[in-house]
Design a protein around this ligand. Sequence first.
Ligand code: PSV
Ligand code: MN
Length: 427
Amino acid sequence: MNIEKSQLEKHNDSLLTRHQQKLNNLKNEWQGIDIEVVIQKLVDFQIAIPSWALGTGGTRFGRFAINGGEPRTIEEKIEDVGLIHALNASSGAISLHIPWDIPQNPEHIKSLAASYGLKFDAVNSNTFQDQPGQPVSYKFGSLQHVDKSVRQQAIDHNIEVIKQGVSLGSDSLTVWLADGSCFPGQLNFRKAFENTLGSLKEIYSALPTNWKMFVEYKAYEPNFYSTTVGDWGQSLLYANKLGEKAYTLVDLGHHLPNANIEQIVSLLLMEGKLGGFHFNDSKYGDDDLTTGSIKPYQLFLIFNELVEGMDARNMDHATSLGWMIDASHNVKDPLEDLLQSIEAIMIAYAQALFVDRKALTEAQQSNDVVLCQEILQHTFRSDLRALVAEARLRVGAALAPLNLYRSLNCRKTLIGERGQHTVATGL
Ligand code: PSV
Ligand code: MN
């Protein structure tokens, strides 16, 4: 379904007076800040939507495709991201997972995406599931496997994914491996690392010059004793050994409980090795919940380090890193969930841009611990939603995307177009 310009305008007109009041209050309160600069940064900041988050997610206990109208094809997935992007103007890219998505006709797919203002973000390989008819199994790993023929199959798949990405205009490959072990003694850790590195080297050498490779780490699941790319240290080891096109990718749900993710982010940026980001939220493990739904202060602290670290290296906030959501679950309309995640990300980013860096540095230098906390929490506790809404308004998107999605009955329309019992590919 498409949203008409007139529907957006009608919606925005109905909210405009109240919005302007809030924005003026904000401008009065924050006179020392160049609001226009912040708004432009918010306009520029785009977060890619993963193709596998557009259908209802499942757990290992089941999947309840309650919403209906799920996208059945890549075309329909692109349509859904186009819908989100029309509402919030912050979701200008889609990330494909191959072979959950198989772009048969890249030119057609590319021009369809372009018609919605979308680009192709990182392409993702999948060597964590066996595909029908594949010669050898990934039961005991893929790039780490003791058998060269299994490693070769996984290498070939990754190279094929790069080729698909090239045809779509993507410029990065995300490699996430389920490789690891479930029981002590099952693996020789060093050999598993060396095999994985050797395989990654072959994939790396197939990268086009302008491409990046993101090595995503995860502490556990589906392996529960060891994971061969288990934490940021291991990912960084691979990235450093591979070369300048290889980076670490941080997925917020992939740490052991209470990990200090903001510190990890800061040090990876310092090393010039932070490449990409998967946003989600969690209470316990890789829960893949809506970004900002559980730990919004942590999200803000992460953005605080991202902004500080990127500025220290003169990096462009919008383009230097790959920003993506990686969440999917059972109980919400996936499109509403994605709108909520994007809103939370934009708010945290705006708050980080508002931090008084000079005052914070001075307070840090004089060990004024109380003041450091006050400075951070002053912006975290400030309501900057009107600013995020203003950024959307400036580029013709909706002041309140979720409200408009609901008032236009978007899900009902999608069910009408696609049917009640459609199921998207993915987990
Ligand atoms: C693994 O848990 C992961 O975070 C990787 O990014 C995968 O590509 C994705 O989830 C699959 O859902
Ligand atoms: Mn991920």
